[in-house]
Write a protein that binds this ligand. Structure first.
Ligand SMILES: Cc1ncc(COP(=O)(O)O)c(C=O)c1O
Length: 390
């Protein structure tokens, strides 16, 4: 009888002979640790599960979809795209129709469609770091070269520097997260305009680069913080992406979307797989959208919790007596530091049952905003860890 270990080593040596693309050699699948601990504050999820009302509507709509599951789903997801257009019109005041909206399995897939349509060999995608760590993976997976500029020390983006970088690099895709992950920084309208204007000066095969503003966390923005949706009419190469994973408490449903000109959306329709969005996903997302008002009430609670977490962190002292650095945030997370040994702080919190994220520039840690009980557990654990280190 072959021992399980022998089977494993046979499997390992077989996989060593697979013709993996050379640029994938040594790469690890993306993802934060999924650990079973009491307080999960590491992947910017919404801590409130959907209410029983929302669950009932989803169950009803999913049952209806299941009854027709012998057929492929609506390939164009027309009804869902119209629901998303209506929601975004309500949220931003900008008139939108389903032809201006694209939907896929999370904004991750939407962004992959963007790179499939507008990136590719001989082309570059540009962003400004620190930013969302999946962006280079979309570029890698579409044979697009990846170029990163920098953000300022306070994580803002200098418009003149951004414009100069765009003209110098000549990317076909420019990705800007606002509010940015992992820093929480939202971009002012003037910066996005400067980026869009600079893009108009770049020639890509007789056209101009596309600019994608990733607004995954937009619903958490503070009053007065703009959405780039307001700029869509002005710039036909601009797109804004959103997701139901955060504000809508539907990370498990996998539904992200993009809004842009219908020509932009048509380009994405070319590269999507047929029937990429299952009937079950379309039904669940449409049902959740019908409850947007009760779901948004939780967003207000999370915003208030975020602001009080920022205030509390600003009162804390590092082991050497200096105050914390706490980044301005318009998202449902806060980046704070800077610790001499951030891993020790992260581990100390984990030992106390609180999982946060070791991400961002050296010395910084990111905490997602949870329920008030979870944030109290975070504050208590961090206080203990800092006392231990003093
Ligand atoms: C900035 C940003 N964009 C996009 C996403 C992807 O979200 P999803 O694929 O769940 O829509 C995330 C997820 O954390 C994010 O932080």
């Amino acid at each position: 009888m072959t021992h399980a270990v022998d089977q494993q080593s046979a499997k390992d040596s077989a996989s060593a002979r697979l013709p993996l693309r050379p640029e994938l050699a040594g790469e690890k699948p993306y993802g934060a640790p999924q650990l079973d601990v009491p307080v999960l504050l590491n992947v910017n999820e919404n801590p409130y599960p959907p209410s029983e009302d929302v669950v009932a509507t989803i169950a009803e709509e999913v049952a209806r979809a299941a009854r027709g599951m012998n057929r492929y789903p609506d390939r164009e997801a027309t009804a869902l795209r119209q629901d998303l257009a209506d929601y975004l019109e309500m949220e931003t005041g900008v008139h939108l129709e389903h032809l201006d909206v694209w939907a896929a399995n999370g904004s991750n897939e939407v962004m992959l469609h963007v790179l499939q349509a507008f990136g590719g060999p001989g082309r570059a995608a540009l962003s400004f770091a620190p930013t969302y760590s999946m962006y280079p993976e979309y570029a890698r997976d579409t044979h697009t070269s990846w170029v990163v500029g920098r953000r300022e020390d306070d994580f803002t983006l200098d418009p003149a520097y951004a414009a100069e970088t765009i003209r110098r690099v000549g990317p076909s895709v420019i990705l800007l997260a606002s509010p940015n992950n992992p820093t929480g920084t939202a971009l002012p309208t003037a910066t996005i305009e400067a980026v869009c204007e600079a893009a108009l000066a770049v020639d890509i095969d007789g056209a101009h680069p596309v600019v994608v503003v990733d607004e995954a966390y937009a619903e958490f923005r503070r009053p007065g913080t703009p959405s780039a949706v307001a700029l869509l009419a002005q710039y036909p190469n601009l797109a804004v992406t959103r997701t139901m994973s955060k504000a809508f408490a539907a990370a498990g449903a996998r539904l992200g979307y993009l809004v842009a000109s219908s020509a932009f959306v048509d380009a994405l329709r070319i590269v999507r797989l047929p029937y990429h969005l299952s009937a079950i996903t379309q039904a669940a997302a449409g049902a959740a959208l019908r409850h947007r008002e009760s779901l948004m009430a939780k967003v207000a609670t999370l915003r208030a919790e975020r602001d009080s977490t920022v205030a509390w962190l600003r009162e804390q002292r590092l082991p050497d007596g200096l105050p914390f650095d706490v980044a301005e945030t318009d998202a449902n997370f806060v980046l704070f530091g800077t610790f001499g040994d951030r891993h020790a702080v992260w581990q100390g919190l984990l030992d106390r049952g609180v999982l946060i994220r070791e991400t961002g520039p050296d010395g910084w840690l990111r905490v997602s905003i949870g329920t008030s009980a979870e944030m109290a557990a975070f504050r208590a654990a961090l206080t203990e860890v800092l006392e231990e280190q003093a």
